[in-house]
Design a protein around this ligand. Sequence first.
Ligand code: PMP
Length: 404
Amino acid sequence: MYDIEKIRADFPILERTVYGHPLVYLDNTATSQTPRTVVDEITRMYYTSKANVHRGVHALSQEATSLQEATRERVRSYINAASTREIIFTRGTTESINLVASSYGNFLENGDEIILTVMEHHANIVPWQLLRRHKRVTLKVVPINERGELKMNAFRSMLSERTKLVSVCHVSNVLGTVNPVKEIVAEAHAMGIPVLIDGAQATPHMKVDVRDIGADFYAFSSHKMYGPTGIGILYGRESLLKQMPPYQGGGEMISHVTFDHTTFAELPYKFEAGTPDFVDIAALARALDYIDSVGMDNIAAHEHDLLEYTTGRMMEIPGMRIFGTAPGKSAVISFLIGNAHHYDTGMLLDKLGFAVRTGHHCAQPLMAALGIEGTVRASFAMYNTREEADRFIEALHRIAPMLA
Ligand code: PMP
């Protein structure tokens, strides 16, 4: 049984009010809330175990190092990577993608092509554009159909010997579309092309198995999966990471340094320059424990129920337009009410206690393709309830006439 009251009690922030209304937090795509066990672990580390990792012989440093490496193993098993050498800690999905762009980017030549999709977050667009400061690389963009699904025939027709990388999101942060990443990887690999998957919106909502997918790189963020802020993960296939040059230089990533020459540390440390955010890394393990204790299949089923129910009832609202209607989509609803501006809708909802996001959601090219400036976005997590969905529908009924 899904014990929603018990789950909610583990997230103290859900008890607060906003403008005198109980908070209804529907901005989970931007960041999810954090359970007590994760915050407790951060506090415990600061109060009893804080010491820099890797550099010390003393007990505290060794404890901190073991906790960090235990999280690395926890993450490895969470996404079924082959080895902890393939798990690199970064600041977030954005840094994970920038790492690949700046390091793997060295292998690209003038005239090479990278395939993206029109639904990418800016984090999976701009790092590839920055490569153009040094190389004339071309970005090819896979379009979508009216439901917000990738046009796979267009994707296939873009693959060629000039393609050096395919970089696609697993789940769209605007449309909720779950892309057929396994199929994309199979098609790209058939031509010897590696694939990066932006998994920021997948890891909080579904089981991810990087080996089953066949991903060469898989990027995601802790703060979207009930974990602490400031931590991201880059999974990379060991054979590729081995060949790639370091991303940043500094402490921890070296083997030996002289003023003439430096040799680099083994994987994954080659890509982890400087003191890592070891406190938050340790606490990330508690977030993964929390997800496991509820069960990812249960979370997915609960969110799917909320999505179906809320989407169905939103259609009661006159003028409701929902962007992204792909079957099997993730629990994110981007919408506009008639011609009302997304910002006005979001502001009225805010005054009633609803945290929703408005704007382009860091996906301006997608907005351009949809012919809109932005949307209002409501997104669910494991702790949202049907009662909250009902209150959301009531609120929409209340504000729709004001916006007309
Ligand atoms: N990709 C997608 C699909 C996202 O939704 C986000 C966060 N909105 C990012 C990348 C960037 O994640 P972060 O800000 O945690 O680096």
